[in-house]
Write a protein that binds this ligand. Structure first.
Ligand code: GNR
Ligand code: NI
Length: 167
């Protein structure tokens, strides 16, 4: 397994549209294993393949405190959603930024698991928000794009300053 590099906003590759996975084979399972290792090495609860510069519809999520309850979503589709949630979000591709985003409160998602088996899951709370956040990544959308232009400009400034310090 390997820890993969996470793209940092505003990297233009974060705006790539991910393609559906044609077959859940060994190569896809290796990607899932590497994404899980990358997620567990980072202070995050979810990771989309887009963030590691692989433009396939693959997501891993683990919202458990014990970090041993991995959910894998391949080719995820939201079948239904309801309610409104206003949760503070963060993103491994936008370090140090936390802002409230309006999402559906509950989602029903259908996806393939690591074995290529179709499953349907009803989610609410953090899991629901995280699923929506990760599916956005697969569509090339980063959560800061829901914020006002002023907030986005401030965030870009802050990230530029932080990235200058590291380099
Ligand atoms: O670690 C993460 N926390 C989080 C908190 C609220 C809503 C969404 C998330 S996802 C984020 C990890 C990440 O960047 N996934 O793409
Ligand atoms: Ni993210």
């Amino acid at each position: 397994m390997s820890i993969l590099r996470i793209l940092q906003y505003p990297d233009p590759r974060l705006h790539t549209l991910a393609k559906p996975v044609a077959a859940v084979n060994e190569q896809v399972r290796k990607l899932v294993a590497d994404m899980a290792e990358t997620l567990y090495a980072a202070p995050g609860v979810g990771l989309a393949a887009t963030q590691v510069d692989v433009h396939k519809q693959v997501i891993v999520i683990d919202i458990s405190e014990t970090r041993d309850q991995l959910h894998t979503f391949i080719n995820p589709e939201i079948l239904a959603s309801s309610g409104v949630s206003d949760c503070e979000e963060g993103c491994l591709s936008v370090p140090g930024i936390f802002e409230k985003v309006k999402r559906a409160e509950q989602v029903t998602v259908r996806a393939l698991d690591r074995e290529g088996k179709l499953f349907t899951l009803d989610a609410n709370g953090l899991l629901s928000v995280c699923i929506q956040h990760e599916i956005d990544h697969l569509k090339g959308k980063v959560f800061v794009e829901y914020l006002s232009r002023l907030k986005q400009a401030r965030i870009l400034n802050k990230l530029k300053k932080m990235q200058r310090k590291i380099m």
